[in-house]
Design a protein around this ligand. Structure first.
Ligand SMILES: *Cc1c(COP(=O)(O)O)cnc(C)c1O
Length: 387
């Protein structure tokens, strides 16, 4: 933890470069100027900043912290998680590439695959349930370029054998991408398990205060990192803004404290729900009843504040429970200070449920994020809403 603590609080910061201010400035500048044409011409060699679409000193502090936390050689920050995902796709794939994608990845990822990369770029996608490595291997084709993972995924918190997938992918020369947002860079280190590209959505725990949109990629491979930093991001133009970077830097300073608290509260809430007579099932990575508990213990060092549960009853009754919650607000995001609840699947078609391999009962799934209000308040709120 010592090294990580330093990354959260100090790495990338050079107070002497900004008048010994203890926190770095928000470098709200679109360009950097030069003393001579000679210096301008040599900017690549000297590493000088030139123009804000290519790089920004505040953004770079954030990138150095996340690279250190993920044990990568480079991190590259984007204006959203989806911009970061798109950049990863554009860096690795080409027209006609075949992708293998886990079934329960973040829905807009499937949206852009089905709505853009397949019809407009001639790509093809095979969906994988994330369980059998033999099945994964059988899906590989000659033109498979990338495997898309999210672990844990955020409806029923299925996890995938990250090292197992990485090993198969490497043997076939296929790149791997994982959405590591749920675990934060603290509780899971996919690059160490052989994954090529790790993504974090910074509106969740990294930002932590529900006040920014941003995404970041971390990689070990220097060639891939350089392609993302020098080509894909400036070409497509999706760099994170300096104000958002500054807020993310501030978020990181307390990330370890916050996720510990989210975890502690969520553990208490999950145990309460699991023992509640009106609750049929709880989905949380911290429970021993999780069907993949052994794998989770092997590759995750912690859990955060997000879980789902299903009540004994119909989906409309689940919605009533959510409506009755007072401390939990109704909202679709997570990772901030506030507790949130939502029924994300009540409108799902049968086809969508089947695709996700969920039960009819899961249509009434209630997803909750346990914020920083403390377990007592949340248990009381859940008790009255379920009563
Ligand atoms: C919120 C979220 C995203 C999307 O990130 P944006 O910054 O909103 O583009 C991607 N993956 C997961 C798991 C998320 O929760």
């Amino acid at each position: 933890m010592g090294e990580e603590q330093l990354a959260l609080t100090h790495v990338g910061e050079h107070q002497g470069d900004y008048l010994n201010a203890v926190t770095p400035p928000v470098f709200l500048t679109s360009l950097h100027i030069f003393d001579s044409m000679e210096e301008y011409r040599n900017h690549k060699e000297t590493g000088a900043y030139v123009y804000g679409r290519e790089g920004n000193p505040t953004v770079e502090i954030l990138e150095q912290k996340v690279a250190a936390l993920e044990r990568g050689t480079r991190a590259v920050a984007f204006s959203s998680g989806m911009a970061a995902f798109s950049a990863a796709m554009l860096a690795v794939c080409k027209a006609g590439s075949h992708i293998i994608c886990m079934r329960d990845v973040y829905m807009p990822v499937k949206g852009i695959l089905n709505g853009y990369f397949i019809p407009r770029m001639g790509m093809s996608v095979s969906y994988w349930d994330g369980r059998s490595l033999e099945e994964l291997e059988s899906l590989i084709r000659g033109n498979t370029a990338m495997i898309l993972l999210e672990s844990p995924a955020t409806f029923v918190f299925s996890v995938v054998d990250i090292a197992g997938v990485a090993q198969i992918a490497r043997a076939h020369g296929i790149r791997t991408y994982i959405d590591n947002t749920y675990c934060t860079p603290l509780y899971q280190k996919p690059l160490d398990m052989g994954i090529d590209i790790v993504m974090h959505t910074m509106s969740k725990y990294i930002g932590g205060h529900s006040d920014i949109i941003g995404g970041i990629l971390a990689v070990k491979d220097e060639v891939l990192g350089q392609a993302l930093y020098e080509q894909i991001r400036p070409w497509f133009g999706g760099i994170l803004g300096p104000m958002e970077a500054w807020l993310a830097i501030r978020g990181l300073r307390t990330l370890n404290l916050r996720v510990e608290k989210h975890q502690e509260t969520a553990m208490a809430v999950a145990a309460f729900l699991e023992n509640h007579p009106r609750v049929e099932k709880v989905y949380y990575t911290g429970l021993d009843s999780h069907p993949q508990a052994a794998l989770i213990k092997r590759q995750q060092t912690g859990h955060t504040g997000l879980m789902s549960f299903v009540i004994q009853g119909r989906p409309d009754q689940a919605m009533q429970v959510v409506d009755k919650l007072k401390v939990f607000e109704i909202g679709c995001s997570w990772g901030g200070f506030e507790s949130l609840a939502l029924c994300p699947l009540t409108g799902a078609t049968q086809e969508e449920l089947d695709f996700l391999q969920l039960r009819e009962k899961d249509r009434g799934l209630i997803r909750i994020h346990c914020g920083l209000e403390g377990a007592d308040v949340l248990l009381e709120d859940l008790e009255q809403a379920l009563g």
